[in-house]
Design a protein around this ligand. Sequence first.
Ligand code: HEM
Length: 186
Amino acid sequence: MTQANDAALPLRDTALRYGKITRALHWGLGLLILWQLFGMIVKVTLEKSPTVSAIVSSHQPVGLVIFALVVVRILWALMNRSNRPAHGSGLVGLASRAGHAALYALMALIPFTALIRSWGNQRVFAPFGFEIFPAQEPPVAWAVNVAEWHGEMGWLMLVLILGHIAMVAVHDLAWKDNILRRMAGR
Ligand code: HEM
């Protein structure tokens, strides 16, 4: 029964629900982004310790993986743009489109600008133990400055993610239109 239903979920999106690839990207990236934010909350709230350092040291490699997946997600969204569930009409539809556009923009800009800084600063960038960017001597000022708002954009994304979750709850609990099913149900 379950297998038959799983088989019925297509790879691509449809007008009624998101397909397997979109769902894997949505939930996978969601978890990785929450890990990044959790790590930074740990960093700014707890005293330094081996556990805190271990969590914080995952920030750059996980951020690089996020950036690669975001590129795939954007390309996949473009390929599926004509066969996705509708956002609805009126002010609610407009707010939903704007909220999703802002999430996409931050999801791309936050790791992208951080990677540009890692290319342009004086530190070697070797997130997986091998060198991706050498140290720049002297550092490239514009590349370092481009990530000046990295942390602020990250906290803004946390606010938007909480708003995103709250709106799903409003849809499902108050308006009872079962919107979570598009991304999680059969
Ligand atoms: C979606 C992915 C990412 C998220 C959500 C994120 C989030 C954050 C947040 C919220 C902070 C601020 C911590 C504070 O207030 O002190 C921060 C700091 C930092 N992040 Fe990320 N980050 C991401 C990707 C990356 C990547 C790819 C890199 C490196 C290539 C990186 C490098 C850094 C560094 C060096 C800091 C400390 C300096 C600063 O605040 O700019 N991050 N990150």
